[in-house]
Design a protein around this ligand. Structure first.
Ligand SMILES: Cc1cc2nc3c(=O)[nH]c(=O)nc-3n(C[C@H](O)[C@H](O)[C@H](O)COP(=O)(O)OP(=O)(O)OC[C@H]3O[C@@H](n4cnc5c(N)ncnc54)[C@H](O)[C@@H]3O)c2cc1C
Length: 529
């Protein structure tokens, strides 16, 4: 047990030791009463440029636990840490067979890891390549080569977030979030992710962390089949009994479906087999690129070159009177806009940064919410709507994987232009295009309303030469695969829809947490070998 002392303000260059001392003084605890202490979380408050500072919470494990209790009862800014993770309940019935995990993104990876750490020997099927081979396939495509439809920015070891900024922020509050961060650190991520309010790993470091996690699963007795797509399954008595894959058939006692939001062929296969699913709202839009120095100036003003401040990050949103929303999403400070297609003859954008976040440009998605009224009410309609946008973008930009793009000024004036002092980072190149023949009138007018609103909130959004690259379509799953309170599909009693693709997560951390929760449910019902 430990207490956390919240709301400790510091200057941007104050040392951790002095911050901890300040916190202990605030609760009138002497240093010799403390077993262990340190920074728990730090966040930057840059709301007023004249008063940019950090706000921390500090943890303190005291010699006397009853003092901890009294402090928490008496002092409003003093709380217990609730990061304790319960041990799983392990079923001890007769062994029924192996647990199969489809997909090795954060959801499948954490599910397999937790199972393997508790005596299970999961068998994982991943359509893409191991991360080093995958990086070569991705580089090849970015440098003008052909797209590998099974191993790309969306598919392969580590899942969709491997070529990302590795942001680990999440809106969910769950003790497993801390467990996920601790696991990443255990497997090689920088320790600072434990204390930053907005932690990120960066694509460069994330790749080796993922490899270390894979090695651990194998060491624990798990099996990972790369380059293996699950294409079908056989059922018996309302359960899956055998998975069919591109590399042969495998028996399975329970099946975790952690396929991510881009597994369109898998969704079609599941739909054709009457697995219960429904359409889900998601968002589409563009990536916007600014100079990082302009973002820093907008946020930090005269502090813009202060070496103690991180590259500026923002998150903006706007809702019109009818309730239509537009928001920035997945901001990548010092990052690149990356070609992210997983199907031939389509264009998809997304963003990625290295740990140092030291590139010249910053990018984020500017995305408009879309729902059944935009795409229809059948479960696969959202997916077809996104695919149609990606195909149109390919056609519009010259059928060579360049992306349609324009400056903000060109977009606002309806006169597309790429005349800008910003050098765009999209590796396959851009083609000057109007978005009128790409997006609907409603989406274009929401993008325009959003940009106007964001310009009132942040100076860099007023810049007419910021570059907009389209289309961003893989923001979250366009459908939800139903599951009950035991996380099981109502259609098949040993199928566990899990993670972002099934509609239960949005981002690396929440997908990982969903994978762990799924592993816990499985362990209650299926015994290890
Ligand atoms: C470029 C990019 C940047 C991103 N940046 C961030 C970020 O900074 N922070 C953040 O929180 N989120 C980010 N995201 C989103 C994040 O990556 C996802 O939310 C997360 O990866 C979802 O995890 P998942 O395990 O549910 O699915 P996924 O990561 O999509 O993994 C699913 C896996 O299943 C495999 N698969 C699919 N179908 C089959 C099949 N039939 N058989 C076998 N294998 C199959 C796929 O190959 C894939 O590897 C980013 C996404 C992208 C594309």
């Amino acid at each position: 047990m430990a207490v956390i002392i919240t709301n400790i303000k510091s200057s941007v260059d104050e040392e951790a030791e002095s911050i901890v001392k300040k916190a202990l003084k605030k609760i009138s605890v002497r240093e010799d009463e403390v077993k262990k202490s340190g920074i728990y979380k730090s966040s930057l408050d840059a709301r007023k440029q004249s008063d940019i500072h950090f706000v921390h919470s500090v943890y303190a494990e005291l010699e006397n636990t009853s003092t901890e209790k009294k402090l928490c009862e008496k002092i409003s800014f003093c709380q217990y840490i609730d990061s304790e993770v319960k041990s799983p309940v392990i079923c001890r019935d007769e062994y029924k067979g192996r647990v199969a995990v489809i997909g090795f993104g954060p959801a499948g990876l954490f599910c397999a890891l937790v199972l393997s750490e508790n005596g299970y020997k999961p068998i994982v099927f991943e359509r893409g390549e191991p991360v080093d081979d995958r990086a070569r396939s991705v580089d090849g495509f970015w440098n003008g080569g052909s797209l590998n439809i099974n191993s790309n920015v969306q598919f392969g070891e580590g899942g969709a977030g491997t070529f990302s900024d590795g942001k680990l922020t999440t809106r969910i509050k769950d003790p497993f979030c801390r467990y996920v961060l601790n696991s990443f650190v255990e497997f090689g991520a920088p320790e600072e992710i434990l204390t930053k309010a907005k932690p990120h790993i960066g694509t460069d470091k994330l790749r080796s962390v993922i490899k270390n996690m894979r090695e651990k699963i194998i060491e624990n007795g798990g099996e990972i089949h790369f380059n293996t797509t699950v294409t079908d399954f056989e059922t018996k008595n309302g359960k899956i009994c055998r998975l069919k894959t591109s590399e042969g058939s495998f028996d399975a006692a329970a099946v975790v479906l952690a396929v991510g939001n881009s597994a369109r062929d898998t969704f079609e296969m599941l739909f054709s087999k009457n697995i219960m699913m429904q359409p889900k709202p998601f968002s589409v839009g563009v990536r916007i690129e600014h100079l990082q120095e302009d973002v820093n100036e907008s946020l930090y003003g005269t502090f813009k070159n202060n070496p103690f401040l991180p590259p500026g990050e923002y998150q903006l949103s706007y809702r019109d009177r009818e309730g239509n929303g537009v928001y920035t999403f997945c901001m990548c400070p010092g990052g690149m806009v990356v070609p992210s297609a997983s199907e031939e003859n389509t264009v998809v954008t997304n963003g990625m940064s290295e740990f140092a976040r030291d590139g010249k440009n910053a990018n984020s998605a500017v995305a408009v919410s879309v729902s059944e009224k935009d795409f229809g009410s059948s479960p696969l309609d959202g997916m077809y709507f996104a695919r149609e946008l990606e195909r149109k973008a390919f056609e519009l930009a010259g059928k060579n994987y360049k992306a349609p793009a324009t400056t903000v000024g060109g977009f606002m004036d309806n006169r597309p232009s790429l005349d800008s002092c910003i050098t765009p980072t999209f590796a396959r190149g851009l083609s000057e295009c109007s978005f009128n023949s790409l997006f609907s009138k409603r989406i274009n007018s929401m993008l325009s309303a959003g940009l106007n609103d964001f310009g009132r909130k942040m100076k860099c959004f007023k810049k007419r030469d910021a570059v907009m690259t389209a289309p961003e379509t893989r923001t979250s799953a366009p459908l939800r695969i139903l599951r009950n309170e035991n996380l099981v599909s109502p259609s098949l009693s040993n199928l566990y829809p899990c993670g972002e693709g099934a509609g239960y997560a949005g981002g690396i951390t929440s997908a990982a947490v969903d994978g762990i929760k799924t592993a816990y449910r499985i362990m209650e019902c299926y015994s290890p070998e």
